[in-house]
Design a protein around this ligand. Sequence first.
Ligand code: FE
Length: 180
Amino acid sequence: MTIADDIFAIYNSRGSASYFGEPVSVTEHGLQTAFFAQEARASAALVLAALLHDIGHLVVDTPDDIAEWTDDAHHERIGAGWLSRRFGREVSEPVRLHVPAKRYLCATRPEYFGKLSPASVLTLELQGGLMTNTEIAAFEAEPFHGDAVRLREWDDRGKIAGLETPGLESYRELIETRLL
Ligand code: FE
């Protein structure tokens, strides 16, 4: 099994659950997020981070019905940890920071909050709400915070029922070439 086979097996066995209150599955959501990253001509590493940003939801045991999750399961840290053992920091760090990026954008761009989906507003509270000024400064000191903010914006858009995108297999080469 290659790393791509491993990743595809994870998505194929667990990624068909609906994505916390959204009209797409976890797999469709990742594919749409990566699709928007490619459309924005993001680097190969950032496209990969976009594709795999929610893998933390799939590599731990969580209730089958994602709507029953009572906390956010800290999926960004679980996912980043999993990715950091297989890929470079330019892949794992934007993933680790994609939830803080939402708290950051809500605190620094008033118009951003209004664009969040209802499910995303709900999880914002579980994730700690708006960032404080101290947290904002710490976030801006993170080397990959800019990538995390870009990833966040594709993440927020990647919830379109029925949007056709390239499938997992189209990312095989990207995955195999971004290894540590
Ligand atoms: Fe996401």
